[in-house]
Design a protein around this ligand. Sequence first.
Ligand SMILES: Nc1ncnc2c1ncn2[C@@H]1O[C@H](COP(=O)(O)OP(=O)(O)OP(=O)(O)O)[C@@H](O)[C@H]1O
Ligand SMILES: [Mg+2]
Length: 233
Amino acid sequence: MSTIEFKGLVKKYRDVTAVNELWAEAKPGRITGFLGPNGAGKSTALRCLLGLASPTAGLAQIGGKTYAQLAHPLQEVGAVLDSSGFNGSLTARQNLNIICAASGIDKKRIDEVLELVELGHVKRKRTKGFSLGMRQRLSLAVALLGNPQVMILDEPANGLDPVGIAWLRKFLRDLANEGKTILVSSHQLAEMQHTVDDVIIINNGKLVAKGTIAEITKGKSLEEAFLGLVGAA
Ligand SMILES: Nc1ncnc2c1ncn2[C@@H]1O[C@H](COP(=O)(O)OP(=O)(O)OP(=O)(O)O)[C@@H](O)[C@H]1O
Ligand SMILES: [Mg+2]
């Protein structure tokens, strides 16, 4: 089973401890929200999962393996970290083509994923003309290319309009219903309340709370619960 696990994860940068002894997990078939204030350590923890940062101590694992131990990483884990990595002079399809060629993914999948993220109508347009929301959707398309069992998404709703946010909510739910493991960071607490099953909250790199949305909110809004847990600014 493709459970995501942080096992005593520590990541230090010189004098900053970005992630401090984090123990938490995200389970298959569920959407897990990863919450915390700016600088809490969310992106750092996700980068450790994706092999983009190496833990100082502890483990960040997917299905019991580190990213480096995965045989076919793009077929096992899809990730949206930031949406700036596209070649602007190439079209959406051409950008995905390069990724397929580099990773051995069947190119038939390109048009499928572009339809899934509703970019089919602009797939022959150069990405330098894409809005932030269109780039976010294209990042999601990349994440889906290998039809992975696990999705790791760092603020995927950034730049999406209300229609896009509602679309993303249903999109993530459909993936979870297929049994996929979804770990998603966000600052949009009202939206997260209606999207996630489980919540992990960190602050200053440390775990503050984890549990089901009902256990965390205890009848309050997620925003109230969050501010109570991490302290109102
Ligand atoms: N490459 C790096 N070098 C040095 N310090 C870093 C590096 N990456 C992150 N940090 C520090 O680690 C801490 C956690 O940063 P991180 O980006 O993980 O937070 P975050 O929870 O994702 O915040 P945000 O909500 O603003 O995206 C911050 O103090 C940040 O300055
Ligand atoms: Mg971040």
